[in-house]
Design a protein around this ligand. Structure first.
Ligand code: FES
Ligand SMILES: [Fe+2]
Length: 469
């Protein structure tokens, strides 16, 4: 195993470029990250009938998620136990069972092997079908309609895994009495490492004012938060949060004055159902900005929800849904759909900017020199605090910060080192590492040039910088 401890230093603010390009590290991720975390598989609305199924992935492992006859959900590896062909080749549908298209072995909705062609004559000594069922995903949980699965039988329950991130997640997905539904999906492949995508909604709000300046100008020029002259948002205040198991996110504004960044038709409709939102959440919680549930379930404020599946160190496959409140009027749903298409679909204005950055970074990392460069995560002008201003868990009172990225890479590193979940709970269960001033990590030689970057910028300087627009 690569010595990942030399490549990631959450306290010093250093991450090696190697983790985004190295083949051995990628192979290690498939085992240590993708087999040991909770991964979003499907939403109830994608499996509305008995026999409804959807094909998805946990890492690179194809998985079929199926609504059973009794309404429960099962998920199993989409790999035939005969010679390993994909059992089901459709993306989604409604079925009574699944027959492998190679030699015809047939499985029921729960993945039990029920038929082998010529069983009586070709296997005269008999064959025990009960031992050849599809491999089950052992842990499945449904959180507010969102179904997650894990290969790891020892992983803590999903709610414990989410921890304080639940407060922020609920602000997106638990605000409507009728729940949510997925109404559209785009899938595409991008030549860049999966972590470039997930780091962004976890932690990087700041790139927006530079990378997305033309899109922001086109969309927000009438808004009082946007300065046409500088191309920057006037209010880079807000909050970034993170939780021990790598989740993170951010939103603009401050308590009681959070800035909604969703479609106008949605805001208008929400004003008519404010009481029910308040009674569900206990308050009108406007924490929608962007967030990621580690490793790869991303939620954006305009109801673009997405996953990014790893496809080798140099490639990811993005699946991006438009989610809507199920009870919303049709025109609200349509306005969300159009907004998602306009912003974060493959041709979306923001998506193209992001893809350009990630692809170019990946191309550069092919160089022998470039792949050993350390990247700088030292935007830490405001120190993280715990339960500050009524926001649960660890958060930073500034929307631009690298703290959540450092926390994510800290958890990533702990997982990659192969610590058991019992150990991880002890290591990560309390105060997150980026808050622990005593922690001293060993910096690799090639990080020398980054030692001179101050780990914490003076708070007043940061506040002045933040207000410069
Ligand atoms: S590989 Fe599936 S039936 Fe042979
Ligand atoms: Fe972006």
């Amino acid at each position: 195993m690569s010595d990942i401890r030399d490549l990631i230093d959450p306290v010093g603010g250093y991450v090696s470029g190697k983790i985004f390009v190295d083949e051995d590290i990628y192979a290690q991720e498939l085992e240590q990250i993708w087999q040991r975390t909770w991964v979003f598989l499907a939403h109830d609305s994608m499996l509305d009938k008995r026999g409804s199924y959807i094909q998805t992935y946990i890492g690179q492992d194809p998985v079929i998620v199926v609504r059973q006859k009794d309404g429960s959900i099962k998920a199993f590896l989409n790999q035939c136990r005969h010679r390993g062909m994909r059992i089901c080749r459709a993306d989604r549908g409604v079925a009574k069972g699944f027959m492998c298209s190679f030699h015809g072995w047939a499985y029921d909705l729960g993945g039990e092997l029920v038929n082998i062609p010529h069983e009586d004559t070709a296997y005269p000594a008999g064959i025990d079908k009960s031992k050849l069922s599809a491999i089950q995903v052992p842990r499945l949980e449904n959180y507010n309609g969102f179904i997650f699965g894990s290969w790891d039988e020892t992983i803590p329950p999903l709610e414990e895994y989410l921890g304080n991130a639940k407060y922020y997640l609920d602000g997106y997905i638990d605000r409507y009495d009728g729940g949510m539904e997925a109404i559209a999906v785009h899938k595409w492949v991008l030549p860049a490492n999966w972590k470039f995508n997930v780091e962004q909604p976890t932690s990087d709000m700041q790139h927006s004012e530079i990378s997305h300046v033309s899109a922001v100008e086109a969309l927000a020029s009438g808004s009082d938060t946007f300065n046409r002259k500088t191309g920057r948002t006037k209010i880079p205040t807000g909050r970034q949060f993170f939780s021990p198991y790598g989740h993170g996110g951010a939103f603009f504004g401050k308590r009681g004055k959070e800035i909604p960044n969703t479609a106008p038709a949605l805001i208008e409709w929400e004003n008519t159902i404010r009481e029910s939102i308040e009674s569900r959440l206990g308050e009108y919680r406007e924490v929608r900005g962007h967030m990621n549930v580690f490793p790869n379930f991303m939620l954006l404020g305009n109801y673009t929800f997405r996953v990014t599946h790893p496809r080798g160190p140099n490639e990811m496959e993005i699946w991006s849904w438009a989610f809507v409140p199920k009870d919303a009027p049709d025109e609200v749903k349509e306005s969300i759909r159009v907004d998602v298409m306009r912003t974060f679909s493959p041709a979306g204005m923001f998506e193209q900017d992001d893809a350009e950055n990630w692809e170019e970074m990946q191309r550069i990392l092919q160089g022998a020199k470039a792949r050993t460069t350390g990247f700088t995560y030292n935007m830490r002008g405001v120190a993280p605090a715990t339960d500050e201003d009524g926001y649960p868990g660890s958060s930073t009172a500034h929307v631009y910060s690298d703290n959540a990225a450092l926390n994510m890479y800290g958890f990533y590193r702990d997982l990659m080192e192969g610590h058991s979940w019992e150990e991880l709970k002890k290591m990560r269960g309390g105060v997150a590492e980026v808050e622990d001033a005593d922690f001293q990590a060993v910096m690799p030689d090639d990080a020398t040039e980054f030692r001179n970057v101050p780990a914490a910028v003076d708070v007043d300087t940061a506040a002045a910088l933040a207000q410069r627009s």
